[in-house]
Design a protein around this ligand. Structure first.
Ligand SMILES: Cc1cc2nc3c(=O)[nH]c(=O)nc-3n(C[C@H](O)[C@H](O)[C@H](O)COP(=O)(O)OP(=O)(O)OC[C@H]3O[C@@H](n4cnc5c(N)ncnc54)[C@H](O)[C@@H]3O)c2cc1C
Length: 390
């Protein structure tokens, strides 16, 4: 068994690390200052500029196929890069990407939605959650009714990331109530903001914030159906599936950085005439954090590796998401504890991470939903204890 990275994986990871360290981390203090003044940490134009700089560095479209100018990197390498990006709390992401399900678009839609999203000229958002349907996504109600060559959409989506900034939404709607959501009764639509939906900002404990999207008789031409009629729920689950190993990949980066700060603080902060790191209570917090971090790293890389094998990654991704999200919450909590009162202040980014990582246990499938998936797979015999090593 070989746990090492290949030369190529290491080279890409190190180049990403260099970019984040040199070009993004220097913006952190200004980003914190702005966020504390309730402004975006990074303006859209600044993000774009950074992304173009990264493009010159060689990073553009990590998951985007080469025919669209992307790098089409294996999932393992993408995971390694997301970990590097996670190390900074500037809300940066590499450019040249689009929602994975936009690749199901037809040629005309690709020109209108996919390519401009990859280029950064258009902003998308993805909407399945509703006020009455989150974990129970199969209970969505937003309806699409056929009217001649058009469809009329009515209903509400909520907690939609980028919902305030997006100029179009990929929305999953019920098109055939009889068939039910799991029986082919839903369809995904590409809906421009100009077609008539509106968004309402939702304040959260994190920076930025999602939005509710309101559809009142929004008329959408049939040519804006993404994929096939009846394929909506399937596409929605595909969209969510990707985040299940990438979100915890970022969590590893956050945990690494925060733990590094805690170690430095433990070695310098003195109480009772000695550094706090000489106390077993502090040492154990550091040890537990390191163990959990490494366990999460391996679960996440294994999930990504399963993606690269072309196997079904759902079970492994659920374990990675559940454990990775829990790990980063534990680590950031301990890091705050090690920093004492300073950890709680806004002088340091720890309280920001504390607020940010809490979301990881909730969105794209709560902890409880991951547990439900993992246990169901075992109880029904879909997977074996021990996975591919069993
Ligand atoms: C900041 C943010 C961004 C988001 N971005 C998006 C987005 O871009 N697009 C999108 O579509 N959605 C998005 N979401 C929605 C997110 O995916 C949902 O909030 C999440 O799936 C949980 O759904 P819910 O909030 O309705 O909670 P509920 O489903 O109501 O659950 C409430 C609690 O009950 C638990 N629970 C529910 N059912 C069970 C069960 N059977 N067994 C045990 N426990 C159960 C849950 O785990 C949770 O703890 C976002 C949410 C947030 C907060």
């Amino acid at each position: 068994m070989d746990f090492s990275l290949s030369d190529e994986e290491r080279a890409v990871r190190d180049t990403a690390r260099t970019f984040i360290t040199r070009e993004v981390m220097p913006l952190e203090q200004e980003a914190l200052r702005r966020e504390r003044a309730h402004l975006p940490g990074l303006e859209r134009s600044e993000l774009r500029e950074l992304q173009l700089k990264a493009k010159k560095f060689g990073f553009w479209g990590l998951s985007t196929p080469e025919q669209y100018g992307g790098m089409d990197l294996p999932a393992v390498v993408q995971s390694l890069i997301w970990t590097e990006v996670g190390r900074t709390f500037v809300q940066f992401k590499f450019g040249g990407e689009a929602d994975n399900i936009l690749f199901h678009a037809n040629d005309e839609q690709k020109a209108e939605y996919l390519v401009p999203t990859i280029e950064g000229d258009r902003i998308s958002c993805f909407a399945i959650t509703e006020p009455g349907a989150g974990s129970d996504a199969a209970n969505i109600k937003l309806s699409a009714r056929r009217d001649g060559d058009d469809w009329i959409l009515n209903g509400e989506k909520t907690f939609i990331t980028n919902g305030n900034d997006a100029d179009f939404v990929i929305v999953v709607a019920v098109t055939d109530r009889e068939k039910g959501v799991r029986g082919g009764g839903t369809t995904a639509f590409l809906v421009d903001r100009e077609m008539g939906w509106r968004s309402e900002f939702i304040q959260t404990m994190g920076e930025g914030g999602p939005a509710s999207l309101i559809f009142e008789n929004v008329r959408v031409p049939a040519r804006n159906i993404l994929g096939e009629i009846g394929q909506g729920f399937e596409l929605g689950m595909k969209w969510i599936g990707k985040g299940r190993y990438l979100i915890p990949s970022a969590a590893v980066g956050i945990a690494e950085r925060a733990l590094g700060m805690a170690i430095e603080y433990a070695n310098t902060r003195e109480t009772f005439g000695t550094t706090i790191g000489t106390n077993q209570a502090i040492q154990w917090m550091i040890a537990d954090s390191e163990v959990e971090l490494e366990a999460a790293r391996l679960l996440i890389l294994r999930a990504a590796w399963i993606v690269d094998q072309g196997d079904d990654p759902r079970h492994a991704s659920s374990m990675a998401k559940l454990y990775g999200a829990g790990m980063v919450n534990n680590v950031v909590d301990r890091v705050m504890q090690i920093h004492g009162g300073m950890g709680y202040t806004r002088e340091l980014p720890i309280e920001r991470w504390y607020r940010q990582v809490r979301l990881m246990r909730i969105y794209e499938g709560t902890d409880e939903m991951q547990r439900l998936i993992i246990s169901r797979d075992l109880l029904r015999g879909y997977t074996k204890i021990g996975g591919h090593l069993a």
